[in-house]
Ligand binder design. Structure first.
Ligand code: NAD
Ligand code: UDP
Length: 313
């Protein structure tokens, strides 16, 4: 049994990760400030003797015992991370500094949930880990993109300067049950709009691409990465390389829900990346990891979960 800290544990990916780690017999401390996280996502875990909830903001230092830290705390949806962009930057930079200090004190391994956003609007396709990216440092997405890039820098500097045992995972668009219906990301928006018979909002002409990974596949990858003992620290891409346009995703959701909603086109937000597809050969080689859940299966499970919110939001 390991003592594991999951920051952002009440968020979308975090609640799946906490559940899986508890199920495997670990003691999990879920730390969250509930900015985008929801109590109902971890309610089933609250009675477990192997689960503890700590309400805390990672921008403030904290002292606790742990052997592993998954640092997931950070809003991930563009409307949420742009709501208070200065706070997003603080969470990314001061937050990871606090978590790295905690890892150093405990001799713990720390995994940073980084992002495909470190590649910005990529000029190389698909993106592999050697690509340095094409990021606007002063745009509306910069608080997130540059915050995550600075966090990777701090991770590497703690590793080089203090020998901290680190893991960096660059997560590509992930979806699944227990996303907040009000989260604002494309998968949750399309599904809830389709179920409610509302217009499906496609930004721009919908020709921009994304590659969507089902959450169980991602969680499997995060755990494999954390527990590899051959000195593989990353950065490593994790995502599903099956690429599609946003318009195609909206059409899939329409067809799977049998909805009569119309697709409507809305302005493309600024700096919205044109293409995104992970090269996952490094994860395959180093961890034997690749996703197993295809988009049809994953969307069906997600739609099933969202049925409970039909006509309620
Ligand atoms: P989410 O917004 O659902 O979850 C983030 C969690 O962090 C929430 O519970 C929120 O309340 C908490 N949080 C935010 N700021 C905090 C702070 N200062 N202190 C403590 N808790 C704080 O997002 P998610 O989709 O679960 O993403 C989790 C992590 O994975 C994030 O770091 C995100 O950047 C990264 N990521 C996610 C995706 C994706 O597609 N889901 C893609 C790339 C990277
Ligand atoms: N998007 C869209 N309609 C929505 C929400 C998002 O067309 O209701 C687009 C968005 O402009 C982007 C893509 O879908 O091109 C993925 O957006 P999301 O916010 O899920 O994640 P991102 O990859 O931009 O961080």
């Amino acid at each position: 049994m390991k003592k594991i800290l999951v920051t952002g544990g009440a968020g979308f990916i975090g609640n799946h990760l906490c559940r899986r780690l508890v199920k495997e017999g670990n003691y999990v401390i879920c730390l969250d400030n509930f900015f985008t996280g929801l109590k109902r996502h971890i309610e089933d875990l609250l009675d477990s003797p192997n689960f503890k909830l700590v309400e805390h903001d990672i921008v403030e230092p904290i002292s606790l015992d742990c052997e592993q830290i998954y640092n997931l705390a950070c809003p991930a949806s563009p409307p949420h991370y742009q709501f208070d962009s200065i706070k997003t930057m603080k969470t990314s930079v001061i937050g990871i500094l606090n978590m790295l200090e905690l890892a150093k004190k405990n001799g713990a391994t720390i995994l940073q949930a980084s992002t495909s956003e470190v590649y910005g609007n990529p000029l190389e396709h698909p993106q592999n880990e050697k690509y340095w990216g094409n990021v606007n440092p002063i745009g509306v997405r910069s608080c997130y993109d540059e915050g995550k890039r600075a966090a990777e820098t701090l991770m590497m500097d703690y590793h080089r300067q203090y020998g901290t045992d680190i893991r960096i995972v660059r997560i590509f668009n992930t979806y699944g049950p227990n996303m907040d219906p009000k989260d604002g990301r494309v998968v949750s928006n399309c599904i809830i709009q389709a179920l409610n018979g509302d217009d499906i909002t496609v930004y721009g002409d919908g020709s921009q691409t994304r590659s969507f990974c089902y959450v169980d596949d991602l969680v499997e990858g995060l755990i494999l990465m954390m527990n590899n003992h051959h000195g593989f620290i990353g950065p490593v891409n994790m995502g599903n390389p099956s690429e599609r346009t946003v318009l195609n995703l909206a059409e899939m959701v329409l067809s799977l829900t049998g909805s009569a909603s119309r697709i409507v086109f809305k302005p493309l937000p600024s700096d919205d990346p044109v293409k995104r597809k992970p090269d996952i050969s490094l994860a395959k080689k180093e961890l034997g990891w690749e996703p197993n859940v295809d988009i049809n299966t994953g969307l069906k499970k997600t739609i099933e979960y969202f049925m409970q919110f039909k006509n309620k939001s």
